[in-house]
Write a protein that binds this ligand. Sequence first.
Ligand code: RIB
Ligand code: CA
Length: 317
Amino acid sequence: MPRKIIFDTDPGQDDAVALLLALASPEEVEVLGVTAVAGNVPLDLTAKNARIVCELAGRPDLPVHAGCDAPLARRLVTAENVHGATGLDGIDLRPPAMPLAETHAVDFIIETLRGEPSGSVTLVAVGPLTNIATAFDRAPDTVPRVQEIVIMGGAYFEVGNVTPAAEFNIYVDPEAAKLVFDSGAALTVMPLDVTHKALTSRDWVEGMRALGTRVGEAVASWTDFFERYDKAKYGNLGAPLHDPCAVAWLIRPELFSGKRVNVEIETAGEFTAGMTVADWWGVTGKAANCLFVNEVDRDGLFAMLTERLARLGQKPG
Ligand code: RIB
Ligand code: CA
């Protein structure tokens, strides 16, 4: 039986690849809906980009809901320096024809969790956690109905990517992250500790282009664009595919490993706001609240990505 998911996202080229992977994997994943949140770029663009990706995947039927346009308690910080002005720089794709769904993303999350059997819906969160935190705050009864939240966010041994201490998704809305990490929901976290090991290679990117499909061309072009940032910053030979790790967990969990630990979210630090303070050695005695993933079979991940993405997209017509 496929996992029923709500895909909460701030596209973002890596978000786009993650959504394509989910839509290419109906055996393991049934996407009930996509919820857009402000993050990499403002909400109007993340809501537009989510629809562009759905149409690229041949799924204009999939409901895309616009959500929160600002963090719970802070001004929005965006990442055009990484993702470009559109959030999907690298290739020009036509604006979406499909409309936004009428329902606000937070209402869709609440209604879906209440409407589906308890424990049957997974939330895949690959942007700031504002939508999910708002849903939990407005409808606490929905928290125990969640099967699992798979979060791309945080960092510990790998340290931060937007400040020395914090990873972007958590940094944008630390108060939302704190509410979610303290909620008691089952959490699987894909921090930079693992996503920085999920680096693309030139061969893989050219393999995407060689698929000869619109999806392959888009993925190759997006990767060419956003890898420039990580290459310049980290001297990497490739780009970290952060968000696809969250979806890949649902498809082939055996590719990953980590440790159940307690993670607190720093919300008050002058220099550490948004830090995921992982008690890796159990020094606090606090109960573990998440699986903190730090290892991936990189070659297995990219082989699976190629096989799945090759399923999508018609030849250029
Ligand atoms: O820090 C990486 C995360 O921030 C990814 O989800 C990327 O899309 C950005 O949202
Ligand atoms: Ca993202």
